[in-house]
Design a protein around this ligand. Structure first.
Ligand SMILES: C[S@@+](CC[C@H](N)C(=O)[O-])C[C@H]1O[C@@H](n2cnc3c(N)ncnc32)[C@H](O)[C@@H]1O
Length: 279
């Protein structure tokens, strides 16, 4: 029997998604952390370093007063925790998620205070400073984060229901945060937009989405020799994907990488930060 055009199109999408999953087989959390979460990209003495810029955006978004509720879900956490350091003060329950077991294990290592886990201390200190606390309060913040993370779940943003059934209360989370996930796991812009729509299944109507992502990026290194393709986005495409996936844009900021942040582990030219609300 002949296949319809719709079925062919769906097959192309599925093939693209399967190819992306294959790329992630070589993802190396230790190398990824080293490439992106150490200086110069995480230099807390410089306001123009990537990580302080992201932490500043998250701090502002979580302290403007409109984001709140009980549950925060981080989509595609990877091996990183910086993206929930501000949100963990606002929400009583934080759910971390990732597609790969190696990343979920890396997160558990830090939560379990295991030796050799990544050192998030300078990040915790920096966010304490943003919150007007002494940097020495970082241990309280670490304890707070460890106490509010209730689950670390598998996720696949290409599924209409990305999380295992029954893991979230039925109206969904109060807030989602997601950083550098959708554009780096989607084979093309259409799949990126579709994944954004799938996320809305996890979010309450009226809930907030805080989205951080790469601009103009076509690949990044997920480990030595592991080149992962990325959908190169511009601001207009991000805004249009949000609109067509049922979100109202509340705020958009962008950052342009200074030349010395281009360290050869990707070809990213900028970063966007979006605060949006599910309609
Ligand atoms: C570029 S990393 C971002 C990690 C982290 N959020 C950060 O800010 O650095 C992309 C993450 O997406 C995860 N991922 C891969 N395929 C996915 C999928 N289908 N659904 C959800 N996450 C996926 C990867 O395991 C990886 O941790």
């Amino acid at each position: 029997m002949e296949r319809g055009k719709g079925e062919d199109k769906e097959q192309v999408i599925q093939d693209g998604v399967a190819a992306m999953a294959h790329c992630y087989k070589g993802f190396n959390p230790t190398a990824y952390l080293q490439y992106n979460y150490t200086p110069p990209r995480a230099d807390f003495s410089r306001a123009d370093s990537i990580v302080p810029w992201k932490l500043g955006c998250l701090h502002r978004a979580f302290t403007e007063g409109d984001v709140g509720g009980e549950m925060l879900v981080d989509v595609g956490s990877g091996p990183t925790l910086y993206q929930v350091l501000s949100g963990c003060e606002v929400f009583g329950r934080v759910v971390l998620t990732d597609f790969l077991d190696v990343n979920r294990r890396e997160l558990r290592r830090w939560l379990g205070e295991e030796e050799g886990s990544f050192d998030w201390t300078p990040y915790l200190q920096h966010v304490c400073k943003l919150e007007g606390r002494s940097p020495s309060a970082w241990q309280e913040k670490a304890a707070r984060l460890r106490s509010v993370v209730t689950e670390i779940l598998p996720i696949d943003v290409h599924q209409p229901s990305p999380l295992p059934p029954g893991t979230l209360p039925s109206p969904g989370a109060d807030c989602l945060v997601s950083s550098f996930c959708l554009e780096s796991v989607s084979p093309d812009l259409a799949s990126f937009t579709r994944a954004l729509g799938h996320l809305s299944a996890l979010l309450k109507t009226g809930g907030h989405l805080l989205l951080i992502g790469a601009l103009g990026e076509s690949y990044y290194m997920g480990g030595p020799g592991v080149r992962i393709p990325v959908v190169p986005l511009d601001e207009a495409q991000v805004c249009s994907s949000l609109r067509s996936s049922g979100y109202t844009l509340l705020h958009l900021s962008t950052y342009t990488l200074p030349p010395d942040m281009r360290v050869g582990v990707d070809d990213v030219t900028g970063i966007f930060f979006v605060k949006a609300r599910k309609m």
